[in-house]
Design a protein around this ligand. Structure first.
Ligand code: LHQ
Length: 258
């Protein structure tokens, strides 16, 4: 059985982390596989939204700790540079929306991979843990960049130092994630978000993502310039034309992602 299940249907790529007995913790081959799957999604023009989730009770427990003490462990010097950092940069740079459906506990790098996605939703029984301090590490996978920007410096410090487990409702209240869905409706409700995004103007979503990425470091002046450049590109897409035309003709738009 593959450590990641990958399916393409109706313009949506569904990526399911699939080591349920290890709470979907990453070993080296799984981390490399996720990178190649994200590259496939980036290159495939028919894919207009990416839905990332986990199989079983957990979303992802981060690094497979067993691998670190097993035979031929990957060296510490490559774990971030070859495993997690390239995953985070791919998620942030891919010009398509990535929806993370957190179906259970998200810990360590698993939590920070989830938080790097464009829209993060969770099932009511899910939880989030910055587990690193519990084993003597520092938060990685972009967590020290992302979390303070989502919840503020103070809450990020406390969550990262204490390693407290917080439930999905708390995560939503803090602004760490977008929404919580009841367990029974979680799959259908979270997937509906992917279906909605997959028929939207894909390039305008991509440019929105690029603008938001840039906003994390830009001054207002720089950001206004960035919006100007990206709006120019958006205005030259076929989907912008269709959006205006369908409005004038009082009919639903048919966006093609072009
Ligand atoms: C696991 C794991 C796991 C293997 C649950 N590995 N088996 C960067 C730099 C360099 C090196 C290291 O890593 C990193 C990035 C990181 O991600 S560091 C952080 C690594 N992750 C953790 O420290 C989390 C460890 N796991 C936990 O704290 C708990 O398992 C959580 C809170 C996720 C879930 O707790 P419970 O619901 O009580 O479940 P459990 O502990 O009983 O786990 C269920 C099974 O999953 C169990 O297997 P078993 O055979 O006993 O049923 C665990 O061994 C396995 N598992 N996480 N990371």
């Amino acid at each position: 059985m593959s450590s990641i299940l990958f399916k393409k249907e109706k313009s949506i790529a569904t990526i399911t982390l699939n080591r349920p007995e290890k709470f979907n913790a990453f070993d080296r081959s799984m981390a490399l596989l996720l990178q190649s799957i994200l590259d496939d999604c980036a290159a495939d023009k028919s894919i207009r939204a990416i839905y990332l989730t986990g199989n079983g009770k957990a979303f992802c427990a981060g690094q497979d700790l067993g691998e670190l003490v097993g035979q031929n462990p990957p060296g510490f010097e490559v774990i971030l540079s070859e495993h997690y950092n390239p995953i985070i940069t791919r998620i942030r740079n891919i010009e398509k929306p990535v929806i993370c459906a957190v179906n259970g506990v998200a810990a360590g790098a698993g939590a920070n991979i989830a938080l790097s996605c464009d829209i993060v939703v969770a099932t009511a029984s899910a939880s989030f843990i910055q587990a690193f301090s519990k084993i003597g590490l520092i938060p990685d996978s972009g967590g020290t960049f992302t979390l303070p920007r989502l919840v503020g410096f103070q809450k990020a410090s406390a969550l990262m130092m204490l390693g407290d487990k917080i439930n999905a409702a708390e995560a939503e209240r803090m602004g760490m994630i977008y929404k919580v869905f009841a367990d029974e409706e979680f799959k259908a409700d979270s997937f509906k978000i992917a279906e909605t995004l997959a028929i939207m103007p894909t390039k305008s979503l991509a440019y929105t993502k690029l603008a938001l990425n840039a906003s994390l470091n830009n001054s207002l002046e720089e950001q206004l310039k960035k919006e100007d450049q990206l709006q120019f590109l958006a205005a030259h897409t076929a989907d912008f034309n269709e959006g205006v035309q369908s409005f004038i003709e009082k009919r639903p738009p048919l966006f093609k992602g072009e």
